[in-house]
Design a binder for this molecule. Structure first.
Ligand code: ZN
Length: 224
């Protein structure tokens, strides 16, 4: 049974599928690795841990590599900032033999790439959803209601102003344009309609939200 806080036994398995791995790892190394992981505070993604002799040869490891004795792990690292945190934590946890090896990138021969323009669009939409959910997920009225009210006021104010200006010009017998001849009038009506729509959207969201059974479920970080 594993007593590690941050790693599952499967993470140390030999990649050839021979079934060896966690039980062949050095217990002291596992304890120190777990400790380093706690100190670093970032995930350690193990690209290679235990290797049986056959697998070690297949991946081009040196003969009698520390991996084959359960005495080495490879930690994936994607930025210099992470490298600093990982290495500092390893040193603090007591590791004294730390090496670094650049990864060889090769062109994709098979399958399709997950990167591309489609990903950018999805990323943007996901970002908007997350921002929206975290800011207004519980009270959509704050967003739609305030935006709707603002648009309604702008539209209403403009309409009142256009009509008042017309009446004032009529009273003073000045040349005037018909209200329906002014583009601003139509824009004002558009703003009023949009304002009402936004307000309604916020109100409906609020109703749905209040009726939802998991409205008051929170992610609990710590129970005091
Ligand atoms: Zn193996």
């Amino acid at each position: 049974m594993s007593t590690l806080r941050f790693f599952k036994p499967e993470e140390f398995a030999c990649k050839c599928g021979c079934g060896r791995g966690y039980d062949d790892m050095d217990a002291g190394l596992l304890r120190m690795l777990d400790e380093a992981r706690a100190l670093a505070g970032i995930p350690f993604s193990l690209s290679s841990a235990f290797r049986c002799a056959k697998h070690n040869k297949a991946v081009g490891g040196v003969a009698d590599s520390a991996h084959t004795h359960g005495y080495a792990v490879d930690i994936k690292c994607t930025s210099s900032h992470y490298r600093f945190r990982i290495i500092s934590a390893l040193l603090e946890a007591g590791f004294r033999r730390i090496g670094e090896k650049p990864v060889e990138h090769r062109a994709r021969k098979y399958g399709r790439s997950k990167f591309g323009l489609e990903r950018m669009l999805k990323g943007y939409l996901d970002l908007i959803s997350v921002l929206f959910m975290s800011h207004f997920g519980r009270s959509p009225m704050y967003f739609f209601g305030s935006l709707g009210t603002l648009m309604f006021l702008i539209g209403g104010g403009t309409t009142v102003w256009i009509i008042a200006a017309k009446i004032w010009k009529q009273v003073h017998e000045l040349p005037l344009r018909a209200v329906t001849d002014q583009p601003l009038f139509y824009l004002a009506i558009l703003a009023i309609i949009l304002g009402v729509q936004l307000f309604l959207a916020g109100f409906l969201g609020e109703l749905i939200n209040r009726g939802s059974s998991d409205r008051n479920k929170y992610l609990i970080d710590k129970t005091l």
